[in-house]
Design a protein around this ligand. Structure first.
Ligand SMILES: Nc1nc2c(c(=O)[nH]1)N[C@H]1C(S)=C(S)[C@@H](COP(=O)(O)O)O[C@H]1N2
Ligand SMILES: [Mo]
Length: 153
C-alpha cells in the first residue's frame, strides 16, 4: 500500500505508511485533539514542512500551500484551505495496529468546518498553491447520478 503525494511545486512522490510516518517530526495522540477517539497520529503541516526540508533546494516550494486535497480509496475527496488545517492530523495506528477503519490513514480536521472532512482511507494527498477557496468542500469525485446518464443525449 502506497500513498501518493502530489505537489504543484515539488512534483510527485509515493510513500509507504512507514516512510510517511517516519518523516513526521513527532507522533501525537488523536484523543488530545478529537475527544474520545484514541490513536496515533502525525500533524499534516509538520509533515509537510519536514518533507519539503529534505527535498533538494530546487524542488522546494517557495511558500506554504493554499489548500490541501485528499482523495480516498472509494473516491471520496475533500479540499480544505490551509488555514483550516492548523490542527489537522493523519491517524495511522489504533491500539498499536494499522487502522481497521480508515486504512491506510485517516485525516482528522479538529475545529474544521465539518466532520465530513475526516476523510477515511486516504490514498492521495495533493498540495496546491494558487487556488484560493475560502470554504472546504467534500464529496465523491466525478459523481454522475444514474438519472443524469439515462437522460443525457
Ligand atoms: N473515504 C471516505 N471518507 C469519509 C466518508 C466517505 O464516504 N468516504 N464520509 C465522510 C463523512 S460525510 C462523514 S460524516 C464522516 C463519518 O465518519 P465515521 O464513519 O467515523 O462516522 O466520514 C467522512 N469520511
Ligand atoms: Mo458527513
Amino acid at each position: 500500500m502506497r500513498i501518493r503525494v502530489n505537489d504543484q511545486m515539488s512534483g510527485q512522490a509515493e510513500f509507504t505508511i512507514e516512510q510517511l510516518t517516519a518523516m513526521a517530526p513527532r507522533v501525537v495522540s488523536l484523543a488530545d485533539r478529537v475527544p474520545e477517539i484514541e490513536g496515533e497520529a502525525f500533524e499534516l503541516q509538520e509533515w509537510y514542512r519536514a518533507w519539503q526540508k529534505q527535498l533538494p533546494p530546487q524542488e522546494r516550494a517557495d511558500r506554504e500551500p493554499s489548500q490541501l486535497t485528499v482523495e480516498a480509496a472509494d473516491e471520496f475527496q475533500a479540499t480544505i484551505p490551509w488555514d483550516e488545517l492548523g490542527e489537522a492530523v493523519f491517524l495511522f495506528k489504533q491500539e498499536g495496529k494499522p487502522l481497521v477503519k480508515g486504512f491506510p490513514i485517516r485525516l482528522y480536521v479538529p475545529n474544521g468546518s465539518s466532520e465530513c472532512l475526516n476523510v477515511k482511507s486516504v490514498v492521495q494527498i495533493r498540495f496546491s498553491y494558487n487556488e484560493i477557496h475560502k470554504e472546504a468542500t467534500y464529496g465523491f469525485k466525478n459523481h454522475i447520478a444514474l438519472e443524469d446518464l439515462k437522460f443525457s443525449k
